[in-house]
Each structure stands twice: as C-alpha cells, then as structure tokens.
Design a protein around this ligand. Sequence first.
Ligand code: AMP
Length: 550
Amino acid sequence: MTEFPKSPLMGQMMSQPLLISSIIKHADRYYGSNEIVSRRVEGDIHRYTYRDCHKRSRQMANALGGLGVKIGDRVATLAWNGYRHLELYYAISGSGAVMHTINPRLHPEQIAYIANHAEDMYLFFDMTFLPLVEAFAAHCKTVKGFIAMCDKDRMPAESKIPNLMCYEELLEKNSDQYEWPLFDENSASSLCYTSGTTGNPKGALYSHRSTVLHSYASAMPDALNVSARDSVLPVVPMFHVNAWGLPYSVPLTGAKLVFPGPALDGKSVYELFEQEKVTFSAGVPTVWLGLLTYVGQNNLKFSTFKRTVIGGSACPPAMMKTFRQQYGVEVVHAWGMTEMSPLGTAGTLQSHHMDLPEEKKQAILEKQGHAIYGVDMKIVGDDGKELPWDGKTYGNLLVKGPWIISSYFKNEAGDVLQDGWFPTGDVATIDADGYMQITDRSKDVIKSGGEWIGTIDLENIAMAHPAVQQAACIGVFHPKWDERPLLVVVKKPGAEVTKEELIKFYEGKIAKWWTPDDVTFVDALPIGATGKVLKNRIREQFKEYRLPTT
Ligand code: AMP
C-alpha cells in the first residue's frame, strides 16, 4: 500500500474505521422497521425487517466464531439473492472474515479451483445447488464444512457432502449478543473472482474502506440515486460483484430491499415488481430482455417502477427507448467491472443539457456515462500517451480510485498497474464534457485494413431493427483486410428479416466500410456466467466461416 507524507498539523476529527458492520448497525437503528422481502428457494415469500436482519447477522457472527472462523479467514457462499445471503454479507465481513461469493453458473471444476485458490474455510449454499456442491465438495481441500441455507426439515436425509450443517440450526444455537469488532478499515472484507473467459479466474479482494466508500458514492443522485423512499429489487446477482454493491448501498440509505431468489424469468420478476411496489432495479441487458418480452406479450404496464441501472455489457439504445417511451422507466447506463467494485461511470444529464433537443439528450444518455466522484479515468494510445477528450478519438481506457484494484489476490498476474492506473481492457472515447463511451472490449475490436471497427455500435444498430431480438458482431478472417465484421443474429419470435434487409438497414447510420460483410441467423447466442454474450465462443464457432466477400 502506498504511504503518503504526514502534515505537521493533523486534523482533529474522530478516528473511526470505515467498516461494513456500521452499515447494518445504521440500518437497524435508523430504518429498523423497513422491510426486506425475499422470494425464497422454497418458493414462498419471506418478509422481515432490517432489525431482524441485524439480529440474525449477529447470531450468525457468533456461529462463525464457534466454528473457529477468525479475522481474515475466507468463507464462501453459493447462493441466490435472498435474506440469508444478506445476513452472511454482514456476519462474515462484519466479524472480520472475508465474504467470498462464488458464481454458481461456473463449471464445478472451476468452482473447486476458486474455492481452493481462496482457501475457503466454510461454504454456505442454497438448496438449489445441492447437486452442484455434491459434484465438487470432495475436491475442496480447505473447506472444513458445508452449510445448507435452509430450515431443519428441508435438510437432505442423506448426502455425500462431508460435514454438512443446517443454517437455521446453527442460528438457533447462537445468541444475538454480539459486538461488531473494530479493526483496520483496510482489512479485506470480500472476494470476487473475475468471470475468467480466458485463463483461470483471478480474485479481486475488496477492503472495508473500499466497500464503504463505494457504497457512499454509488448511492449519489447521479449514480444509483437510491433513497429511503425507494423499493429496490437487485436483479443483478449477489454473486456478481456483490450485486453492484446494492446489499451495502441500499441498507445504507434505508430503502426497502426486494430479493427475487432463483426466479429470474420475466413473469416472476414482473409479479414481484408489482406486489412489492418496486421503484428501482439494476441488471445486465439480457435479463431485461426477458422482462420486456413478458410485459410486451401480455400488454402490461409498470405501476411503480421508475428507474433502472443497466450495465455489465452495453445497453442497446433500442432497449433504453422501449423502457423510456413505452413504460416511462428512466434508464441509467452504467459501466464498471469486478476490479472496480464495480461502479465507474453512470450516464445522467446535467443542467446545461436540459434545453438540448431530445435526440441529443438521448445520444448523451446512450454513452456509458460520467465518472462518479472517486473514479478518475483517461484514454491512452498503444504508446501510453494520453489521448484527447473529443468524443471521437478512441484509446485504451485506464482508471484509478480508492475502490479500484491495485493487484489481484495472491498477486496473480503480477504488477497490473501502469504508472498507478489500472488498464481496463476496454476501448473508449471521452467527450469534452467527460462522458465516456465504450467502443469495445479490446479483445473484441475488429481490425480491418489497419483500422478498428467497434462492434458495440454495429450490434446496437442491428438491435434497433424490429425483427431482431439479439445481435453479436465478430471479426472473421479476410485475405485483403485481415478481418471483416460478421453479424450473428437471433430473430424475435415469429419475426422475419433477410440478410439483405439487415445490411441495407445500416445505410446512412454508419461509415460504409463499417457495414457487416455478412449476416448469419442462429437460435440463441451463448451467454456466460454473468449474463453476458460470450464473444470468444462465437468466434470459436465461426472460425472456419468464409465471408462472401473473400
Ligand atoms: P465484469 O467484471 O464481469 O463485470 O466485466 C467487466 C466488463 O464488462 C468491462 O470491462 C466491460 O468490458 C464490460 N461492461 C460493463 N459495463 C458495460 C457497459 N455499460 N457497456 C459496455 N461494456 C460494459
């Protein structure tokens, strides 16, 4: 950690470490009766309050102590968004141990690799994942016991899982008399592994300080804008970068929390939105596709839903328009990554934009947005030199800030910073107003005749076509130009469109040489563990593809 010089005159404010336990203490003391509602794995709806959550988190903290978990030890979870998972967020980190959320959509071998790499001491899991845990438990070298997050009567009669315990039984045996310990705010609090589309996943190890600062900053009006009057449903999973920090930022503000559990289909999510008067939500574009299709097909409206943050991959402008124009839901396009806790930018307007024509405002909102306070960014060329903020010049995007990684857990990948900046692997432009727009992930950019073609723009145009459900663009071999764009399309159910019509659809919308050389139709695109389209899988699938222009 970098040391900074001390002034001869130090400030005289209280020294109080920024700790995650302070968030649940605050939520209990000041918003104690505000609700947390969860659709359980069991299928029913569970309700309780921040006060109840705090009480059960203290019981669980005692239980962890009884199991021998000490400060700095890693404790893993494999769970959906729900109240027990939230209790663990506070019990584990609050007691000084490290909350390690594992993505259950990963392959069992990858899960075992991650659990061994993290040296997890215990592993909590939702009953949905019983077969999965059975598949990898024997390969976990450091895990002393597995805890099923269920009532006693739901425990399996027999199981191959070694040292299997019951969550509710553990809680029952422990008192709620517990004082959250005080320790250095730079202590590790939680651990998330990157999705690892290439190579082994690497761990981002957050601290209490970084988490609390990220929670403050992400709740601000031009970021998530969450308040005590909101009802918040995080669709983004608690195993994907801590549900973008919502399990911390929502209790901090006192808003109602609504957890969807495993039911992420359009119908279940819509019903919960309506029943629990949800005002705000957050998720990746692929989940909203399911919700919008269900709402559209059934001619429904949202009664209370007003605002959503969409990020994780580029939000197609067509989706933003549907939310805004058809349903009156404001979309905030946000960008970040596991290595950034995750929030870096959010797209909202400023007062000097208010008189602009609608389409100009829309164009600003379609960008990934403005840095939130705490995050600094710049774009550089391959020579490392900073590039101008003109909204046109694109370069490698670098970031720095107190909730951005300085090295991976166990120093995997070695020194990752470039002169103190973290290279994101994204290619972007920044305009004079400071709005950043991702052109592409550097690995996905199409290199055509020495020039770069950003695939996000090409996909956004295709997805604005009424017959297109989803589109992905990849570069395929071309003998003259090295690579040319191939558009891979999933049609909307029952809709028809031809290759020629889609290519014509690009006319006037983009530089002519960016137009895809060919279009191919598929039934579905491969989706990864965090809900993103897997471009490397599509490239693999089409590696022998020959364009008609070759
Ligand atoms: P992850 O760490 O899995 O959250 O992935 C982070 C990566 O997702 C970023 O580096 C971007 O490539 C991509 N990403 C996140 N948000 C956006 C967005 N709004 N638009 C485009 N790409 C995004």
